[in-house]
Write a protein that binds this ligand. Structure first.
Ligand SMILES: [Zn+2]
Length: 100
């Protein structure tokens, strides 16, 4: 009877640790650290650590910037639409960046 509780408890413990490691891999802290913290300091502490860690949202954004007026576009334009209204054709330069 007592053994069952230990087995179920351990399984639950490991399940929580694994879940937190998975969540942590999507955050700044990373999966390995999340796993270690959750495993060594109990999943309760691990949960707090993982959720206080900022989310890792890596977005690859491509911008097209006009060197004349400084406007940035997220869509591709061969020439700057703003400058084009003034009768000037300005090629947009491609800029890619990562944001977190
Ligand atoms: Zn422009």
């Amino acid at each position: 009877m007592d053994q069952d509780i230990i087995i179920v408890g351990s399984a639950l413990y490991l399940f929580l640790v694994a879940s937190l490691a998975k969540l942590g891999s999507k955050r700044d802290i990373g999966g390995k650290k999340s796993f270690l913290y959750s495993f060594c300091l109990t999943p309760v502490v691990g949960f707090i650590i993982v959720f206080s860690s900022p989310k890792k949202d890596i977005l690859h954004i491509v911008h097209y910037k006009c060197s004349r007026c400084g406007l940035e576009f997220t869509d591709y334009h061969r020439n700057c639409p703003s400058c084009r209204k003034e009768g000037v054709n300005v090629r947009l330069s491609r800029k890619s960046m990562h944001t977190y």
